[in-house]
Ligand binder design. Sequence first.
Ligand SMILES: [Zn+2]
Length: 587
Amino acid sequence: MADGFSQSVKQQADIVRIVGDYVRLSKAGAHSFKGLCPFHKEKSPSFNVQAAQQFFHCFGCGQSGDVFTFIQKMENVGFPEAVRMVAQKCGIPLPKREFSSPEEAESARLRGKLLELHEQAAQYFAEQLQSPEAARAREYLTGRGTTADAITAFNLGYAPDSFSTMRDRFQERFAPEVLRASGLFSAKEQAEGGSGALYARFRKRIMFPIRNEGGRTIAFTARALDSDEKSGPKYLNSPETPLYVKGQVLFNLDKAKAAIRQFEFALLVEGQMDCISVYMAGVTNVIATSGTAFTEAQVRLLARHTRQVVVNFDPDTAGANAAEKSIALLIEEGFSVKVVTLEGGLDPDRFVRERGVQAYIAELRAARRHSDYLIERARMLHPPVTADAKVKALNFLLPHMQHMPNRIARDEFAADAAQKLGIDSALLRQELKQAAGARRSTVRPAANVAPMVSEAEKLILRAMCHTGAAFAAATERHRREPWLFEGLATTDLMAALANRQPTDDPMMAAPDEQSRHLLAAALLAGPAEVSLGDLEQALASLRIRQMERRQRDLRRRLADAEARGDAETIRELMAEKLQLDRELRES
Ligand SMILES: [Zn+2]
């Protein structure tokens, strides 16, 4: 991709808005924003975005860079793809594509074709749902209370009971390798005596498009219409493709993310049907795991939008197990989790249809802390009437307590559990301590403490990031009076900045990670514009500090000379000291 184009995109893109699509940012200064780092696990924000200099920096894990670096890391794509994505987000028209390698060009081309194919396939399935053959599918949906609006909003469809109809339609428009890579078709392998010909993977099924966070269809979940053995599994998902990696998508996140941020929590349900009916009833911050167990990738995906979740899984055994696993994972990642168990053993879909959305919202409001839910589960699974049952109940709860990163919450959980299970709380604390000991040993040592940097140094660093008068003045001083900049935590960094080409990105010039931290801190500490007057003041204050340093040094050397009785050295040092004192008074 032409360098001029990426430069122009960078100038037009607002890093705060682009990052804000992934990270909840709050204002931290005139030009800076803070949020929880998407690249490492943390509970208090050390991830900063600076609007004036257009960079991000995390003081926790040290990741930093410009808007393209951010997208590259976030979306796991190369530089050209990142430029393209940022341009698209900003509505900047793309020039003719150029790629760094033929492989990259080929894989981008295939992804583009697969997106196109999925879009058309979703359209095809939606049309099929209106065909005479789909009468039973429509009946099923109506029976489950799925309205025409819901069908439109979620673009539900029907895959006809035919091996060839869909293939015949799509093989005119797409190359065989695209059809093969899409996961929408299977091949009768020649090795197995087949012809190698493609046939439709999904037949006689209701089709739920799975969309990525950007709202593009990347896969399907297909529900069988019949429950006989011949029909295969009740639910069938697309296989993994270049577009779709299992466990990395949350169903409905594209539609729900705005509401999740607005309400500051996400409602997590199990199935797509639950998600659809709850969403259509007006609870729009709902997402679904699509039946699979919640994965770490999904937790991280969600963490970009909120750290608060209300879990409402089906009350059956499978649902309870899935809920427990999801709770454990969310708690471990520092989420605050509440749990809803619906009255009468109803799943969210049926509850909303039978009792109405107001009753459902009341249930959400009354959601219990996850610890209360788990203690209740423990009591139900192992009624604590015998010592043996109490141990079992305790063993059910201990791993959950262990996973809690917050010590106070953990202690509270333990005290509650002891009381409700009738266990000696001292004994429980002992058990927990042992478990916590095992946990502590795996915790990484804290990041090293940043060295002290004065406000004057920070201002000089900001001036050095300029390309204008302040940059020229600061680098000129650096060349003329190098002693001013010696012996500081920022010495190497200042040298690197002063000696770079003024148009080079300052963050890229920082010689090491420590320097990048220092520079980011300096840029976040004040306005990007530095006046010559302010710069002079900072240099003057630095001069005084350096002279004081020399003074301390002189005093030490004087004391040494006196101890040795070295009269000549004493005289020389005294003269130097007098000169320095005079300079200090005058400055
Ligand atoms: Zn970080």
